[in-house]
Design a protein around this ligand. Structure first.
Ligand code: CU
Length: 461
């Protein structure tokens, strides 16, 4: 504890291509006085941060060095299984979901090596994205083990001197869980809503973030936690959001606290106050069960003051707002669950999680969307006990209303909280560039693993 924050290793593109390997294997990791032996990328957690630009290609050789699976495929595939299968998802990217690109239908078996090639379009939004495994059956166990990493698509805010000159920090937030042996070998280790032992940033427990008085830093915050929301609070400091989910905001939002759901990103400007130590914490938040709380880091402000300023305005948001008159089709998606009376204290086998009343079936197409469509979707959560986090691949969406209340400024996202007891989120999305099959799901990985996921097929009519 109180060690300086260490940022993940950075791997960059060269001549338009980011070519790298990513090895999935067990590794020993020391964190906050605990020794873990868990599935990892490149022997650590988080994995390397990938930095590239729009128009470039990401080429990964994914080496699955995990041991063979020793269990068979269960009759019900929404029972966690075969924890050593993996694959690769580039979350938030607007790229092909097919072939060897951002295709989460692929199965990467232990003992084998796989090529991944993802081409970013020239006009891709720039900001903070991330990657993680997405194999149904094992994704939850692998994420909760720390198999997560950031992707930075460079070039946003280049014309805003107050942001361009700010020191950048990559902050990857995770929930640390493990069994008595420092391992994660059973779904029971991750499922109870109270399973979290402590929270971590960049695989460190309560590191120290240093700033000078008056200094402005840009914090790229990624909630890579496998299950829960975090309500971020920086003692005596405001958090100034400039982008969500890798998409620039048109105006800075200054917040006392930031609620960030699993899967979401927030780019924040922080201006250090006077010399002193300030706690960055996850404050209490009720998401149906209490979200995990506790210290994340300590901001230590010291040294010669710096004369820096927050920007007075931001450039226009990069994606064009979708007007109601553009909408060509509407649909509704309902999240629901059955839970025992004891809810959070219940055993995972007592729960079921559904989208539109069904658990996930990779051989079924749940939504067919015409290429070129502009759609308005209403997401409803009828589950009484829990908020859920709607996430969809390939195309971001613009949230226009939450619980019946129209947002003053519609918000682009790829993941959004849908509150319990009938909470509703309405968004609009364009399906213009890519055909193929991809996923929508709850980004609380315990729920996704137990079936709260659907397929979407975009087809050329
Ligand atoms: Cu959920």
């Amino acid at each position: 504890m109180d060690q300086p924050l260490v940022e993940p290793e950075v791997r960059r593109s060269v001549d338009g291509v980011l070519s790298t390997s990513l090895r999935a294997a067990y590794a020993y990791r020391h964190i906050g006085g605990v020794k873990l032996y868990v599935r990892s990328y490149e022997g650590g957690s988080p994995g390397p941060t990938l930095r590239m630009k729009p128009g470039e290609t990401l080429r990964i050789k994914l080496i699955n060095d995990l041991p063979p699976n020793r269990d068979w495929l269960p009759a019900d595939i929404s029972r966690p299984h075969q924890f050593n299968n993996t694959n690769f998802h580039f979350q938030g990217s607007h790229v092909s979901p097919s072939g060897i690109a951002d295709n989460v239908m692929r199965s990467m078996a232990p003992g084998h090596t796989y090529d991944i090639e993802i081409k970013l379009p020239e006009d891709h939004t720039k900001g903070t994205y991330w990657y993680h495994p997405h194999h149904h059956g094992s994704a939850d166990i692998q994420l909760s083990s720390g198999m997560v990493g950031a992707v930075i698509i460079e070039g946003d805010f280049a014309d805003v001197p107050q942001i361009a000159s700010a020191r950048e920090r990559m902050l990857v937030l995770t929930q640390v869980v493990h069994d008595a042996n420092g391992m994660i070998e059973d779904f029971e280790t991750v499922f109870p809503e109270t399973a979290t032992r402590f929270l971590a940033i960049n695989g460190q427990r309560r590191p120290k973030i240093e700033m000078r008085p008056g200094e402005v830093q840009r914090w790229r915050v990624l909630n890579a936690a496998y299950q829960d929301d975090m309500l971020l609070d920086l003692q005596k400091h405001d958090l100034h959001a400039i982008a969500y989910d890798g998409i620039q905001l048109g105006a800075m939002q200054s917040l006392k606290q930031l609620l960030i759901a699993p899967g979401q990103r927030a780019d924040l400007l922080v201006q250090a106050g006077s010399a002193g130590s300030y706690a960055l914490t996850a404050a209490p938040y009720d998401q149906g069960h209490p979200s995990p709380v506790g210290p994340l880091a300590t901001l230590v402000v010291s040294g010669t003051p710096m004369d820096m300023k927050l920007p007075s305005q931001l450039p226009p948001a990069p994606l064009k707002s979708i007007k109601a008159s553009e909408v060509t089709n509407r649909r509704t998606v309902t999240f629901s669950a059955t839970a025992p009376e004891a809810d959070a204290a219940g055993h995972w086998r007592e729960f079921s999680f559904f989208v539109d009343g069904k658990t996930f079936d990779p051989n079924r197409v749940d939504h067919r969307v015409k290429l070129g469509a502009v759609e308005e979707w209403t997401i409803i959560n009828t589950h009484v006990h829990d908020d859920h986090v709607f996430h969809i691949h390939t195309n971001p969406f613009q949230v226009v209303s939450v619980n019946g209340k129209v947002l003053d400024v519609p918000e682009w996202r790829d993941s959004v909280i849908v509150e319990r007891k009938g909470g509703q989120v309405v968004f609009r999305s364009r399906f213009l560039d890519y055909t193929g099959v991809y996923m929508l799901h709850c980004h609380m990985m315990n729920h996704e693993e137990m079936g709260m996921m659907q397929t979407v097929e975009v087809f050329k009519p």
